[in-house]
Design a protein around this ligand. Structure first.
Ligand SMILES: [Zn+2]
Length: 304
């Protein structure tokens, strides 16, 4: 597995998506900007990676908080242009907190303005390579991937990870077709010539076929049992919040799951537990997954 020398992956964690720096001569493009709380760290990492090169453009695979939360800070510091998927433009124009899954999920991002948009079928030049823009709906309706047929590299965002893909929301907020979209997107990846996948989270990986197999297996589980997807979704949402806050008082969790709209909606539609039972179940699940632990009345984030 080998990436072209012009591509550098700054691997982050789960709160911040990876930043991908693509260089050509004295200029560079970066894909995705991380979560807003990490913005100072993102700026420092980028400055080091750029080593004096001019950051000409910031491009987003999609506009979730962990991918675009640092856009405003990067634009301010480096004066770069920002390009986003065309489908995301109305949500960014109106700063639609529901569409962007911000307040509804207790997530944050700093508003920004973009310079232009791209869409499925367009070709972007980044790091001296031509990248085909490929629609990647599912995890986010308007997400895209970037594929370089020449380098045989896929920048997949959250459409495909080495183990799975970005959380898909069950029938919430108008996302009725998300699972079917996810299937079509995975099938589209299967039609590409790819030696290396650069995912939005986790290290670059080589065996796209094996990753697709795992992703389809996971998807089939959700297709057969939508409640399973709802449970996964609730766990992902709380884990993400915990990664930002680092700790949460256990006694306040029942009120938290009642207050955060996405958790409340998942519960009333699928889980149907009391708030206290949902909070207790979530804590147990996060502990079991090694994502959290309890100490002195607090739920503490593990890792990152
Ligand atoms: Zn995402």
């Amino acid at each position: 597995m080998k990436l072209p020398r012009s591509i550098r992956v700054i691997e982050r964690g789960w709160l911040s998506a990876n930043n991908i720096v693509l260089e050509e001569r004295s200029e560079a493009v970066v894909v995705d900007s991380g979560y807003v709380a990490h913005a100072p760290q993102t700026l420092a990492l980028l400055e080091r990676a750029l080593a004096g090169k001019k950051l000409a453009r910031l491009v987003n695979t999609h506009c979730h908080s962990d991918h675009m939360g640092g856009n405003a800070a990067i634009q301010k510091k480096f004066g770069c242009a920002i390009s986003i998927p065309q489908g995301e433009a109305p949500a960014i124009d109106n700063w639609d907190e529901q569409q962007l899954i911000l307040a509804v999920a207790d997530q944050r991002a700093q508003a920004f303005s973009y310079d232009d948009t791209f869409r499925d079928g367009d070709v972007l030049q980044m790091g001296g390579l031509d990248w085909q823009v490929i629609a990647a709906p599912g995890h986010d309706t308007h997400a895209v991937m970037f594929h370089s047929p020449e380098a045989r590299v896929l920048i997949s965002g959250d459409a495909l990870w080495e183990n799975g893909f970005g959380v898909v929301f069950p029938q919430l907020f108008g996302r009725e077709t998300a699972l079917a979209e996810t299937r079509a997107t995975l099938e589209a990846v299967g039609r590409l010539d790819v030696d290396v996948v650069i995912p939005g989270h986790g290290p670059p990986f080589g065996d796209a076929g094996a990753a697709l197999e795992r992703a389809f297996h996971r998807l089939e589980g959700y297709e057969q049992d939508i409640a399973r997807l709802a449970r996964h979704c609730a766990k992902v949402m709380l884990s993400f919040s915990l990664l930002e806050k680092r700790s949460m008082p256990l006694a306040e969790l029942p009120a938290y799951v009642a207050r955060v709209p996405i958790l409340a909606e998942l519960n009333s539609r699928y889980l149907r537990m009391t708030h206290a039972a949902m909070a207790e179940w979530l804590v147990n699940e996060l502990e079991r997954a090694g994502a959290a632990g309890r100490r002195e009345g607090l739920l503490l984030a593990r890792g990152e």
